[in-house]
Design a protein around this ligand. Structure first.
Ligand code: 3H9
Length: 703
């Protein structure tokens, strides 16, 4: 720690060598943490902070202190990279207790995101002043942890047990206004944050200090508490941390701070070495790593502000909203005034729903709606930097469209297709500038789903791929760069997942049993429920298209086709794999009959299939296909597959994605299952070479 006898610079430049500095310029000292990029509480920060607090305590000339941070944010948490190593002193809980116990007022000046350990530092201060744009949160559960430095014990004391349970179990962020309302913040700064925090510190000098740890927490009734825990457990879908965090918050009303903190620390250390936390930390870093694409280090993206979307159906309108939300200048085109009007209505509907649910104000909706322009015909797109087509999934339609665009768009415009299966290379070849063509595969609803597959062909220019990544960043999406193959990464794996689910029903399981098993695995919905939601007709049309080229030796289950022939297209027609009543899905004897008939026609004697077998077979199908994707260099790294499955398909993040998990489960066990299925199911089930060699050499995906 460095002591400086000079005024503290307002949110300094972040060039200091010492991560904690004490500015002593009068009765109110400023303790500044400066540990880029996010001021995580590394060992050096903890040691510096403890030393600074001791100095404030001992120095008769200092009467109060403000804790503030340099750079873009207040402390965003403990240093996640240290979690794999043995804890080193001083421990954060001890540093934070020293802040609370300080004999002089200590006020936190919060800007950016005060998360995890950062939020816990703030909770122990005697006052909190927050920047109007700041947010708070205890996101530890998203890393498979509970807060480990007093968060579960101080938060209930400060804002009440019920509100605290909500925050610690969800890990959600709270903006400044809500923080003030909850009692988490004392003041919102309107101008100079540090000056405002120093004012509050000055006001507290000589007054009795409110030490959060000494405030009693409100007690929740036993029944209400049990109901809350049950609800959290259900929502967590197998993740352990949310329930453990809520239990600790409930404890705060029953035991003194030190006892609660001891229990919290114990739980924190236990979870820190858990499989779930390792998986969630992998998920955190993988989500960032996907944006660092090998070979694109110094490639400049093309500037993009004006974006055109062709087609205003479900995908096109969702894409338009995603871009409008991110502040792009967006134009939607259609082939006729009627289609355009329908698209405009779809866009308005998306925003109206957001207003109705309180996520958007009327004023913002109107602003966003006004930022989207509409036109008929491609010619009006000639001033666009990026054009994305979201028209009917048909190669000839798309090739014609790209040929037309080629004649209209100026050189340098990036041409993107939102196709989910078609060969982007063949679409690019319809133009005279295939280097400018890329796949931008959004997932429905496009304004909500985080995943964006950026599909490069053999000819896509590196700066076009870089442009896709830069656009994704502005859209706050998680991009995964991949090469062309049928279904790219996600849908290719999904088709194996679905295929295996259909084999399972043909052999003896019922659709709701497969769904229940996969929901117990941690997916938000099982495969049949998802099909009903998405609509069975789209994949039916695709299957009919592909029928002439299907390998006749392939085991093909036709139950989905027969459902479609009966007019059952899923939720939108009130029936599909299930029957729907009042929005509830109900297993349907009609479907059971179709399934049993399929077994009979295949000559199979139906047998009960356990949830374990269902999960193991589906997991094997996913890992095998993912291994083939790696073998073919469709993606370069296992983490790319993990991110696709977690962000686009609901693979439980606490499992870390299929390949991360495969390492933990044991590759040989998965390979055995794949080999067993290959013998029974025939073509499509060949074990991937990469999986065979990894399993037989004892190597792992992430070694
Ligand atoms: C905790 O606090 C436990 C305590 O209760 C108890 C302890 C005893 N550590 O996301 P970005 C890196 S648990 C290490 O791209 P943004 C990140 O990897 C922690 N590194 O920026 C990236 O590095 P790189 C609770 C971290 O502006 C760079 O910083 N806290 C950490 O989009 C920039 O990050 C959390 O869970 C960290 N804690 O978002 C907060 N955080 O450039 C986790 C970030 O090499 N962090 N990095 O790829 C976040 O949510 C976001 O990073 C944040 C900034 C919102 C802060």
């Amino acid at each position: 720690m460095t002591t400086i006898s000079a005024p503290s610079p307002a949110q300094a430049d972040g060039t200091a060598s010492e991560p904690v500095r004490l500015f002593r310029t009068g009765p109110v000292a400023v303790i500044e943490i400066d540990n880029p990029p996010v001021n995580a509480t590394s060992q050096a920060v903890r040691a510096g902070l403890l030393e600074a607090i001791r100095e404030v305590d001992l120095d008769p000339e200092i009467e109060a202190a403000v804790i503030a941070c340099a750079g873009r944010t207040f402390v965003a948490g403990a240093d996640i990279r240290e979690f794999g190593q043995p804890p080193r002193e001083p421990h954060l809980p001890d540093v934070i207790n020293a802040i609370e116990d300080c004999s002089k007022p200590v006020v936190a000046a919060l800007h950016g995101t005060a998360l995890g350990g950062g939020c816990e530092i703030a909770l122990a201060c005697h006052g909190r002043v927050v920047d109007a744009k700041a947010s708070f949160g205890l996101p530890e559960v998203k890393l498979g942890l509970v807060p480990g430095a007093g968060g579960t014990q101080r938060l209930p004391r400060l804002i009440g047990t019920e509100a605290a349970i909500d925050l610690v179990s969800s890990g959600r962020n709270v903006k400044a206004a809500e923080a003030l309302h909850l009692g988490l913040a004392d003041r919102i700064s309107t101008g100079d944050l540090r000056a405002d925090a120093m004012d509050l510190a000055r006001e507290l000098i000589g007054k009795p200090l409110r030490r959060t740890g000494g405030v009693p927490a409100t007690r929740m009734g036993a029944e209400a508490a049990a109901a809350k825990l049950g609800e959290i457990r259900r929502k967590a879908r197998g993740a352990e941390a949310p329930v453990r965090a809520a239990e600790l918050a409930l404890l705060a009303a029953d035991v003194p701070l030190n006892e609660g903190m001891a229990r919290e620390r114990e739980t924190f250390l236990e979870l820190r070495s858990s499989e779930q936390s390792a998986a969630l930390r992998h998920a955190f870093f993988a989500e960032r790593e996907v944006t660092r694409v090998p070979g694109l280090d110094n490639v400049e993206p093309r500037p993009v502000q004006k974006v055109g979307v062709i087609g205003a159906g479900t995908m096109g309108s969702g894409i338009a909203v995603a871009f409008a939300d991110a502040g792009f200048d967006i134009k939607v085109v259609e082939t006729s005034e009627e289609a355009l009007a329908a698209g405009r209505a779809r866009v308005a509907d998306i925003y109206d729903k957001q207003v109705a649910s309180g996520r958007l104000t009327d004023a913002t909706r109107n602003e966003r709606l006004a930022s989207i322009s509409y036109d008929v015909g491609l010619a009006t797109l000639s001033d666009r930097d990026l054009v994305i087509e979201a028209v009917f999934e048909d190669m000839e339609v798309k090739r014609t469209l790209f040929r037309d665009l080629d004649g209209i768009l100026p050189p340098g415009t990036v041409l993107a297709t939102n196709t989910s299966y078609l060969d982007v290379g063949a679409i690019a070849d319809a133009t005279t500038r295939p280097a400018d063509v890329v796949g931008l595969h959004f997932f429905s609803p496009a304004n909500i789903m985080k995943l964006l597959e950026i599909v490069k062909t053999d000819t896509t220019a590196p700066d076009v791929v870089a442009t896709g990544l830069a656009v994704a960043k502005r859209l706050r999406k998680v991009p995964v760069v991949c090469r062309v193959c049928d279904g790219f990464v996600g849908n290719r794996i999904l088709s194996r997942y679905r295929q295996q689910a259909e084999y399972l029903i043909e052999e003896g399981a019922l659709p709701h049993e497969v769904d229940a098993a996969m929901e117990a695995f941690g997916f938000p919905m099982g495969p049949f429920a998802v099909s009903d939601l998405a609509g069975l007709d789209i994949s039916w049309a695709r299957r009919k298209r592909l029928a002439p080229t299907r390998d006749p030796r392939e085991r093909y289950v036709d139950v989905a086709d027969r459902l479609c022939e009966a007019g059952r297209f899923g939720r939108k027609t009130g029936a599909g794999w299930y029957r729907y009543e009042g929005g509830k899905r109900i297993p349907d004897p009609f479907v059971t009959e179709l399934v049993e008939d399929a077994s009979r026609r295949r000559g199979l004697t139906r047998r009960p299939i356990s949830a374990d077998e269902i999960q193991a077979r589906i997991r094997a199908a996913i890992v095998n296909e993912a291994s083939k994707i790696l073998d073919e260099h469709i993606v370069e790294r296992p983490l790319d597959v993990d991110v696709v499955m977690m962000h686009g398909y609901g693979y439980p993040a606490w499992r870390g994605g299929p390949l991360f998990e495969a390492d933990r489960v044991g590759l040989q066990a998965i390979l055995d299952k794949v080999t067993e299925r290959a013998a029974q199911d025939g073509p499509g089930w060949e074990p991937a070479a990469g999986l065979v060699s990894r399993a037989s050499s004892g190597a792992r995906f992430y070694s």
